[in-house]
Design a protein around this ligand. Sequence first.
Ligand SMILES: Cc1cc2nc3c(=O)[nH]c(=O)nc-3n(C[C@H](O)[C@H](O)[C@H](O)COP(=O)(O)OP(=O)(O)OC[C@H]3O[C@@H](n4cnc5c(N)ncnc54)[C@H](O)[C@@H]3O)c2cc1C
Length: 500
Amino acid sequence: RELITDVLVIGGGGAGLSAAVSASEEGVEVIVSEKCNSLGGTTALSIGSITACMTSYQRKKGIIDSPEALFEDMRVFNGDLDRYDNKELCWVLVRESGNTVEWLRGLGFEFFGPSPEPPHRVPRMHNVIPNAWSYPFLLQRAGLKKGVKFLLNHKGERLVFEEGFVKGAILEDKRANQKVMVYARRAVILACGDFSGSKDLKQRYYSSDLARIPGYNPECQGEGHKMAMEIGARVVNMGVYERPNIRFISAPKKLWHELLPNHPWLIKVYAFGSQILPEGVFKRLANRILTTRGAPNDALYREGGILVNTFGNRFTNELIDPSIPISKQPEGRAYIVFDSRVAKRFSSWPYFISTAPGIAYAYIQDYERDVPDIITKGETLEEAVKNHPNPTGLIKTVDRYNHFVKVGRDEDFERWPLGGGIMEPPFYVMGPAECYIGVTRGGLDINDRFQVLGQSGKPIPGLYAAGRTGGGLILNGHGLNLSWAFTSGRLAGKEASKNI
Ligand SMILES: Cc1cc2nc3c(=O)[nH]c(=O)nc-3n(C[C@H](O)[C@H](O)[C@H](O)COP(=O)(O)OP(=O)(O)OC[C@H]3O[C@@H](n4cnc5c(N)ncnc54)[C@H](O)[C@@H]3O)c2cc1C
């Protein structure tokens, strides 16, 4: 099968869909190939917050902001990693982030906020209404209106690179088990997301330990990176990573806002509701997101909690980043065990179990109410451990740890300080918890026109990249990844449509 178009976009997440819509707005023909049977990628699985400055939402609230201020605050979020960041692309992002929010509004999106997120000096976090599924829904709708063709279950396999130009790509039609050759008269845009699910890329650029840890979205296989690397593209920041996240594995259930349909007129109704509903409703929702998705605070261990595996055994000094040790346990699972003294502490500020800084803080009582399936409390230790796979092993471990506390030495892992032990009822077991990699940073090296660069630093003609596939930006802090996905996609689509 052969198809011809002007612009071929590979990957139908936030960046790819934005690229497709913006290219089609320029009047060119566009095909989007998406390997899954639905659009959205990690973008649709995300919380949905976009960090941006100079938006109409900020103006409405009288917030004075500037691209320069956002640029400076990004440096603070980045900390030591800032030296790796691509400042030229950061400038593109800060200058264009507000235009991106307005562009999305023009397509029917509405946002709640902006909410504060220290150390951002002013509120910048725009939270999509009603949930992140509206991204693929409204962007596809906009694309269809402009004649964009969406090929679901079509996986980008290889770029067609002839006479020094990218002329298209070979796709695999997964349903028909057939190859499809797509010629792109103007350009191919790679928007396949990151490589958090790719064992081989994590092994090559991170370590064997990190390669073992699954990606949040297993479809993020770095295929965009690989296709471009095969034809000589340069990559940046591939080895720059942050520690993996830990999350509790709760019975899967959707939050109420995730069940709301995304039709444009309903979005207007929700947006109106968001202006008149009391702040407490949104705080409660943010709290619920934390108890079901948030990472447990390391302070739980510092204050006396211990970690055990499914055998009930401790396996590490809990005070040193436990994420990799957790991933090495049977089934990659662990449980946090503590007593009433720790629980009492973690029932009020400043001892929270999980947080979205500045927005919401979840305490032990929030977990007991929202996710009772991952927390067992007991007046006796026997009662507290009853849901653990190996209660006898766990009781032995607690006895042994309490002995270490009494003698003042952790003979197993040299942990110090030991905390007060697990001695005072009621006792608590939280879990299972597991590790995952949410986002990877490394990407194809691109210039400020989103052209992919070859080893010599010159653009590879006809090849563009956007979202987590392009740029290798650091983007620490909440909301900047989506801001980059939509901004880079929108601008790459525009640039690619002009390429002849
Ligand atoms: C739990 C979680 C919550 C998050 N919340 C936020 C948040 O609130 N704010 C924020 O800024 N960031 C957030 N992030 C990060 C953010 O979601 C991602 O960085 C962003 O969505 C990446 O967008 P993208 O378009 O580059 O990739 P994606 O959205 O992952 O899209 C890539 C698409 O390409 C497809 N694809 C891959 N390979 C191929 C191929 N070979 N052929 C065809 N298609 C292919 C994939 O199936 C996918 O649909 C969150 C991440 C996680 C894990």
